[in-house]
Design a protein around this ligand. Structure first.
Ligand code: ZN
Length: 126
């Protein structure tokens, strides 16, 4: 059995992709992600969970890397495209995520929705 953070999200799934082993996430964020998963009826595939500061500095496209969110454990990108994207968007708002980012161009397999719980309201696209 994989180590689980919530019933449906494992430590491995949320871990930094550089292999450093950092996987700590904000408990409130993870509860909300689980709530969203419960409401979505079907898989939610995380493509970015936690990032270490080091990894984030290397890959973040944000101009001000201090504003990055993945290294706070309060953000995740969910691979999703097609009709389920709208459903996920609506439910994410109701669950209370404060930041939602849309990437819905190009190859369906790489489209995603960004979710975070930073203390502000933001809707943006990539
Ligand atoms: Zn890392």
């Amino acid at each position: 059995m994989a180590d689980m953070i919530t019933p449906n999200f494992s430590v491995n799934e949320m871990a930094c992709l550089c292999g450093c082993g950092i996987a700590e996430t904000d408990p409130e964020f993870m509860l909300m992600l689980q709530e969203l998963k419960d409401q979505m009826q079907g898989p939610l595939r995380v493509c970015i969970g936690r990032r270490s500061d080091y990894h984030n500095d290397g890959v973040s496209a944000a101009k001000n890397k201090k504003n990055a969110v993945y290294n706070l454990g309060q953000a995740s990108n969910i691979l999703i495209s097609g009709e389920r994207t709208m459903l996920l968007f609506e439910k994410a708002r109701k669950v209370g995520f404060s930041g939602i980012g849309l990437s819905q161009k190009g190859n369906h397999s790489s489209r995603f929705l960004h979710l975070d719980t930073l203390p502000r309201k933001a809707l943006f696209r990539y």
